[in-house]
Write a protein that binds this ligand. Sequence first.
Ligand code: GLC
Length: 789
Amino acid sequence: MDFVPSKFVKVVNQNNYYQVHSDNEVILRVYFLSDDIVRIRYATDGHFDEDFSYAISSKFTGTPTVSMNDTPEILIFKTSTLIVNINKTDLKIIFTDLNGQIICRDEKGFHWEEHQKYGGNIIKMSKVVQEGEHFYGMGDKTMHLNLRGRRVTNWAMDTYGFKKEEDPIYKAIPFYTAIHNQKAYGIFFDNTFKSYFDFGSERRFVTSFWAEGGEMNYYFINGPELLDVTRRYTHLTGTPELPPLWALGYQQSKWSYYPESKVMDIAQKMREHKIPCDVIYLDIDYMDGFRCFTWDKEKFPDPKAMVANLKAMGFKTVVIIDPGIKIDEEYPVFKEALENNYFCRRADGPHMKGKVWPGECYFPDFTNPKVRKWWSGLFEDLIGNIGINGVWNDMNEPALFEIDGKTFPDDVRHDYDGNPCSHRKAHNVYGTQMARATYKGVKKYNHGQRPMVITRSAYAGAQRYASAWTGDNIASWEHLWIATMQCQRLAISGFSFVGTDVGGFIDHPTPELYTRWVQLATFQPFFRTHSSGDHGEQEPWSFGEDALQIVRKYIELRYQLLPYIYTTFYQYVSEYTPMLKPISVYDQTDSDTLYRVDEFLLGDHLLVCPVLEPNAKSRYVYLPKGNWYQFWTGQKMEGGKEVLAEAPLDQMPVYVREGAVIPMFPKMQYVGEHLVDQMTLNTYFGASSMNSYLYEDAGDGYEYEKGIYNLKRFKTQSSETSFRLSLKRSGHYEPTYSTYKIVIHGLPFAPSSILVNEKEVITANVYSENHKLVIVVERSTFISLEIFK
Ligand code: GLC
């Protein structure tokens, strides 16, 4: 039987919230975190547990301005953008804009039932689906981006070879965005128990969410832009620090490259085949019997020397670390954790024992701050001494072999940072807390360089500590589609630094599939080929000469685009902007975008349209409104309609927004191979006015925190008879390049006069390249370029 709040008794204005009491002892707390973020909590028996969240970032700040109007029938809260109405007969809530237009309204609203299995309550919420409402978000779900009519579960699961529509998989991010009538909003249900969301599936006009325990504790995030909803959520749950630039380069992995000679051979071949690459990964076989923080001395007799040799060739080395610690009295990591009581225990006392790669293992309780500190310390030798550059956290759902449910039993106990609880509550955050401890450790011993951590499992907020990949996918065309969905979906769920196992982890891709996958991943934030050992070779040269050439071209392009991608990362970190934007987020005013899922924007200006079918020679692309340049041909096209784009195997359709400036590096084999001596500014004529940005710094280390970085704004202004590019710069970083090579795409007139910094230019620095006007200018003095008909 469901219970609901009864009538209003009183409201009390507390320090940072309003507390509303009902006749049947329900307490509703309303917190205004900013004018656009409202937190709602309910207690059913007059008592709230300690207020604690792993998701919310300590860096979040907001300055709400709220007024309350206590009328006879409704409690009305008003901010500068939002009205929250609480009905006094049943405490139901309606969020409206300042004109009283409904954004989101309770159906049954908050209700609960007693938990048959565990006691306590199952807490639930239901809202009315508005006319024409669409839903997005929810982390790594494998279905169509638009969630209307779907039902999903949040419970982190090891799902080897997952399928389209399979749910849940590795991550649990209980956050969705919604839009109707040009009003977007989001709901973040910060409850770590297994939770469920229904978007008009069971009942067509009801959205509901509920959890198998814990508190009804959610954040309503106002828009009206979808982009702002995502940004506000990302501000709330945090962003990572800037990664080292090399972490945005191409990375090569396999389960597993061993012994050392094989690793060196792969590295050598990368350079021989001129495939740019920054990172080589070591999967579990580098360890001694899969014991974390050890080395197999036969396969890798001198890891420190190997890492140094790789470094000399321009490679970073990243190693895998799993949570399962082998039960072995001779193994120091095991002994230390055992002696200090760091391992998880069953409710009745014995250790949580489970099988993973090393056989029977115990598992550290990463929700205990003491355990996290100890874990961080374990990286001293690996990072500080051997010189490993990054760590890959796997199996942290946590995953187990040979057990029902593939994870810990529900009764396992966790510290939960001083809020002891069972695995039912801690399960979804286990992986995040492991990644957090790893991040701290890598950072601590990394000689002042920036850490690189990758995680498979995640709860909301995990993006603060790690990048992520999407787990054990399959070399199939369907999975290429899923890869496109998942990365967009994760990006709008606050997690931008994501990628997939390029080519597929399971099975072997055809040359065509591998090529198409590399093309897609060139434009996704985390770019790594990884595959399982028993399915064949998956290096860029394993697919024949034709594929090799195309793959090389795209990976080269990835490196050329690094200034643009790094700037996009900076915008994510500092402005909370998702690095990938579904086209619905790019232009929500165009209803044509709301169902389209197989194209997206990377950063401000690049529209990426992956080819997701075999034997394709072309594909349909919906060009959002505005004018676009086809990236490869330079052809200018009008948007707001669908076009048939040429897509021979060496060409994935990519478009650049008119007016854009895309900063590009010269080709390179790895970050830091040579000093960059020129920055190319690909500049696209059109748009009366358009801003583009370039963020630059040393690419590693922390000098940027002392202001040693530049933020440059390029503004273009185009008219029938003139073109102007101007630069506004702030910051103190001295780049290595001394010139900008400005390439003007699509200039529709022959110039009669060209001015740089308001002075007529010397003709030697002006030339034509592939029918485009090129002007080379001094970097240090450049302020403006004007071209007149
Ligand atoms: C898991 C990971 C995969 C890794 C393998 C062996 O399946 O998802 O990436 O290669 O374990 O460590």
